[in-house]
Design a binder for this molecule. Structure first.
Ligand code: GRF
Length: 272
């Protein structure tokens, strides 16, 4: 879908009429490289008009099965005017997921696609999911505690446009009970990963990871809470990069354009 916005801009000496074409998908790509939608050449009414009408924020669906704290972190980030994505839809496969109430409280559209109604017919279940995504004109999908396996066919449709967050430093501890397994393994550093979804579970190119220390006194609960806090920071950042069109897959790995590598060293336990 293309749409065109004409607006008036001005500077001290003349008035310009500029035509800006914004494409819904892929990312909005202004033809005039010097154009700044935040200022619209210093003409504030035009800037307001542009922000209100023409900027194409990616429409994101979040798929959940439970409490939805990552969903809330994404909703909070997207509430910022400058964030390049809007949360347009939350889908749960569980009618009683607490996250549904939280999404509704944030005035986000919600849908339920109850997997139990499809009697293990994954194709039909995914067909129903896809219908909802289409109906809400979704560009990007974020899995956030969504506890259903997705078929290669469905994943293929969303290739490069579907993210997942996993509570471990992948490729370590794929699957469930990551915190208990990390404690049992005696690792000193644990964390979380945001990655592209590929048919193989908890795999796919990594966009962002956060590491947290594992403490001697940790229980699965304390460790999970520390990791969850880190999840809430990296998921909004990763979605932002994807929505900005800055994520490229090179040789099966994510490259984030314009992203500066983190530096510094982390030692756990402390080395004095
Ligand atoms: C998170 O730990 C996430 O990494 C994992 O499932 C949990 C979902 O938590 N995939 P919430 O529903 O986002 O609070």
């Amino acid at each position: 879908m293309h749409y065109v916005v004409a607006y008036l801009g001005t500077n001290a000496t003349c008035i310009h009429l500029r035509i800006v074409a914004a494409r819904k998908n892929p990312t909005y790509d202004p033809p005039n490289a010097s154009f700044d939608p935040d200022t619209a050449g210093g003409f504030r009414p035009a800037a307001a008009l542009f922000r209100g009408i023409a900027v194409s924020r990616k429409r994101v669906a979040i798929l959940i099965s439970g409490r939805g704290s990552n969903m809330e972190a994404l909703i909070a980030a997207a509430a910022e005017e400058s964030y390049p994505a809007q949360i347009a839809l939350v889908i749960s496969n569980r009618p009683d997921a607490p996250g549904l109430r939280r999404a509704a409280a944030a005035a986000i559209a919600t849908e339920i696609v109850d997997h139990t109604l499809y009697r293990d017919d994954r194709e039909k279940f995914e067909g129903a999911l896809q219908e909802k995504l289409d109906a809400h004109r979704i560009d990007l999908v974020c899995l956030a505690g969504f506890m259903r396996l997705l078929s290669p066919n469905f994943v293929g449709k969303w290739q490069g446009r579907m993210l997942n967050i996993h509570p471990a430093l992948l490729p370590a501890f794929k699957g469930l009970d990551t915190h208990a397994r990390a404690l049992e393994a005696g690792v000193k550093i644990h964390g979380a990963t945001v990655h592209m979804v590929v048919p193989e579970v908890d795999s796919g190119p990594i966009l962002a990871q956060a590491a947290v220390p594992v403490r001697e006194s940790d229980t699965t609960e304390t460790l999970a809470a520390r990791v969850l806090d880190a999840e809430h920071r990296i998921y909004p950042a990763a979605l932002k990069w994807l929505a900005e069109g800055r994520v490229r897959i090179v040789d099966g790995r994510c490259r984030i354009e314009g992203q500066v590598d983190a530096d510094g060293l982390l030692f756990v336990p402390k080395i004095s």
